[in-house]
Design a protein around this ligand. Structure first.
Ligand code: IPM
Ligand code: MG
Length: 361
């Protein structure tokens, strides 16, 4: 099969981790007889440096023309990088929000998995994680506070800022349907998270989710308030399967969930539209402080590439092959700095890429 992949190396450690993901993808394509065409495109800081803006029409066009987009990460150090002297709409993050909207990537899947081999890195007590956990956060990605009307004004000498949180029922329904479809392939439970005791948008969210749930009798559906969910994630993460929530809550809860795994350098993500098209990227950021040092963990990006093979290209066996390579590397004791512990072997970013590709022969 011929795979057309648009690659966004991005900023910070982005280019390094993308290189390693390509190594692993190339190993898979040799083994299974696929042909991969990469088209490198710019976003975020790299695009600002080249064109003065974080997202160009050319990037959108090339991304749309590809089968899928594989991204490293974007953004720099907000205190030191000149990108952050620009107005907010021209900063690297605006490029990311822009491409999500332009490609209609409304469904953001962020798995938070506890790896048995890395249990020591989990900040939770042993008795809490005894039975492990495997959570899929489904975050709505193109609506809510991120894309509502906003303004900053001064009235009678008083500065005032407004952000608005809007959802219509169609936006809620399409992400809910995806969440229930995914739950069917997992442990058949959806926890929908909202703030229905305060917000109108959450009350609508809850009722639309209930309507969708009625079409999935085999999936258990429960509702949870977002503040409670933040607590439950550290109290009993094993209770969750699919967590369905709106954009801002999902941003916050997905960081929390990834932190409780203790291995954010291992977590992938996918952002999907109505069809099978998606943008795949690690859940972590661009870590500008360690860029170019060959110490970043490429596994989250490698696993994002595996999600891409599974969700966009329907290549389940090839995706399994990558996940097994990651598992083997962990079992054989290979660790990058962020997940290093005594008795294991420390490897760099490119070393880890070589090792992972080496299992795929
Ligand atoms: C994320 C990030 C982005 C977001 C930022 C960089 C705009 O935090 O992907 O979670 O808030 O969505
Ligand atoms: Mg975030």
């Amino acid at each position: 099969m011929e795979l057309n992949i648009a690659c966004i190396p991005g900023d910070g450690i982005g280019p390094e981790i993308i290189n390693e993901a390509k190594k692993v993808l190339d190993a898979v394509s040799i083994k299974y007889g696929h042909k991969i065409n990469y088209d490198t495109i710019l976003l975020g800081g790299a695009s600002i440096d080249a064109y003065g803006i974080p997202l160009t029409d050319e990037t959108i066009m090339k991304a749309k023309a590809a089968g899928a987009v594989l991204m490293g990460s974007i953004g720099g150090d907000a205190n030191t990088s000149p990108w952050y002297q620009l107005p907010p709409a021209k900063r690297p993050e605006a490029g990311l929000l822009g491409i999500r909207k332009a490609l209609n990537l409304f469904a953001n899947l962020r798995p938070a998995v506890l790896y048995q081999e890395l249990e020591d890195a989990c900040p939770l007590k042993k008795e809490i994680i005894e039975n492990g956990f495997d959570i899929m956060i489904m975050r709505e990605l193109t609506g809510g506070l991120y894309f509502g009307e906003r303004s900053t004004t001064t009235e009678n000498g008083i500065r005032k800022a407004v952000d608005t949180l809007t959802y219509d029922e169609n936006e809620i329904k399409r992400i809910a349907v995806k969440a229930f479809d995914i739950a069917l392939k997992r442990n058949k439970k959806v926890t929908s998270v909202d703030k229905a005791n305060v917000l109108d948008s959450s009350r609508l969210w809850r009722s639309v989710v209930d309507e969708v749930a009625a079409d999935y009798p085999e999936v258990r559906c429960e509702h949870m308030l977002v503040d409670n969910c933040a607590m439950q994630l550290v109290r009993n993460p094993g209770q969750f399967d699919v967590v369905l929530t709106e954009n801002m809550f999902g941003d916050i809860l997905s960081d929390e969930a990834s932190m409780v795994t203790g291995s954010i350098g291992m977590l992938a993500s996918a952002s999907l539209n109505e069809s099978k098209f998606g943008l795949y990227e690690p859940s972590h950021g661009s870590a500008p402080d360690i860029a170019g040092m060959d110490i970043a963990n490429p596994i989250a990006t490698v696993l994002s590439a595996s999600m891409m093979l599974r969700f966009t290209f329907d290549l389940d066996q090839e995706a399994d092959e990558i996940e097994n390579a990651v598992r083997s590397a962990l079992q054989d004791g290979y660790r990058t700095k962020d997940i290093m512990s005594e008795g294991n072997q420390l490897v760099g970013c490119s070393g880890m890429g070589d090792i992972l590709a080496g299992y795929i022969k």
